[in-house]
Design a binder for this molecule. Structure first.
Ligand code: PMP
Length: 370
């Protein structure tokens, strides 16, 4: 008998794989006729740009050949959009892949990785898989204006001599909270230059808060700063797996050494480039999300629920001691939300902001299952 547990490196032995939520494939089969309302994975309910769909069709003619290993066309389009040189861009098979690789490259046994207590689950996975130790920083309290959000002072205090990497999400998943541009700049000025700071901006396009600022422009001045973005959310291409990072060219060059040469497939490259060009479609998605986010938050608050402020396409909602019963009742009625037990937030559920129709069906199911 081979014991694969003991063959695996120590960090991997203790690892629990990323929990993607419910088994949606079997739920979809079960609710085939009635249509499942899927509000568990922060996808974009308005769908991909028609230009991106056409690019997918066009790309099918060439799927027997390898994709461009450099992703040159997409990088040039991103460079033009974000006003940076292509040497500052790293493409990923989703931003998840890149988040994992930062720890693989910059942290290992004996090193610390710092992240906020309620930061995105992948940060602790990345640290552990690299053999490093995750050093969680306390988050804001539940009664703070940014409930359970990143506490930049606590994150700074958690950085010690062994810290190699810090992960922050702005806005954050699963809390939906954000931190202001000026506060982040002060934080970054105070972080030692040899600590890599990764700011995960997966939801940045959805933001309309005036105090928010993307960290992207700061990458020109701060060589230890990395910003990650994704085509999975606002650009509605989650199924194609395209993400990217922007940072100093030297940092990108080191990361390139571990990148699988064809990590972004040909269909994804073409679709992402087309999606980027369709600003009207993006703006329509963002406007739909902003309106529905406000309406859904108001409807939930009117039912006496505590809803965290959100600058994303989801809401973190406190349901109290009955959260898991309510969640199970909703699944039985064909409405899928994301349980938060894995985050130590068993009293909360995370709700993706759907279309007006999906949100109405959620509220009806909620009223019927309370
Ligand atoms: N960062 C955050 C904060 C996320 O919520 C997600 C997706 N849930 C990701 C990164 C990863 O997204 P992707 O790999 O699809 O780019």
């Amino acid at each position: 008998m081979i014991d694969f547990e003991t063959l695996a490196r120590p960090g991997i032995r203790d690892l629990r794989a990323y929990d993607p939520g419910h088994d949606l494939i079997s739920l979809r089969r079960r609710f085939a006729e009635a249509q499942l309302v899927e509000l568990g994975s922060n996808e974009n309910p308005y769908g991909a740009s028609p230009l991106a769909r056409q690019a997918v069709v066009d790309a099918l003619a060439s799927i027997h050949i390898y994709p461009d290993p450099l992703g040159g066309d997409l990088k040039r389009a991103l460079a033009a959009t974000h006003g940076v040189d292509t040497s500052r861009i790293l493409l990923g098979n989703g931003s998840h892949e890149l988040l994992m690789q930062f720890a693989q490259v910059f942290a290992g046994p004996g090193d610390d990785v710092v992240a906020s207590k309620f930061g995105f689950a992948v940060y602790s996975l990345a640290a552990q898989a690299a053999g490093a130790r995750l050093q969680p920083a306390p988050a804001h309290g539940r009664d703070h204006p940014m409930p359970r959000g990143h506490d930049l002072a606590a994150l700074r205090a958690a950085i010690g001599p062994r810290t190699k990497l810090v992960y922050l999400a702005n806005p954050n998943n699963p809390t939906g909270t954000w931190f202001g541009g000026e506060d982040f700049e002060a934080f970054l000025d105070d972080v030692p230059g040899n600590v890599i700071v990764v700011v995960d901006e997966a939801y940045a396009e959805f933001v309309d808060a005036p105090d928010y600022a993307s960290a992207l422009p700061l990458t020109a001045r701060h060589r230890n700063l990395v910003v990650t973005r994704t085509f999975s959310k606002a650009y509605a291409l989650a199924g194609l797996r395209v993400g990217f990072a922007i940072a100093d060219p030297g940092l990108i060059a080191v990361m390139e050494r571990v990148r699988e040469s064809f990590n972004v497939n040909a269909v994804g490259l073409a679709a992402a480039e087309a999606a980027l060009a369709d600003t009207a479609h993006l703006q329509a998605s963002l406007a739909g999300n902003a309106a529905q986010r406000a309406a859904l938050a108001e409807a939930l608050r009117a039912r006496g629920l505590k809803v965290s402020p959100s600058q994303t396409n989801f809401l973190l909602v406190e349901f109290g001691a009955n959260a898991s019963r309510i969640e199970a009742n909703l699944v039985a009625r064909g409405v899928v939300l994301r349980p938060m037990v894995g985050y130590g937030l068993g009293e909360c559920l995370r709700i993706t902001v759907g279309t007006e129709d999906e949100n109405r069906r959620l509220l009806e199911a909620l009223d019927g299952s309370a």
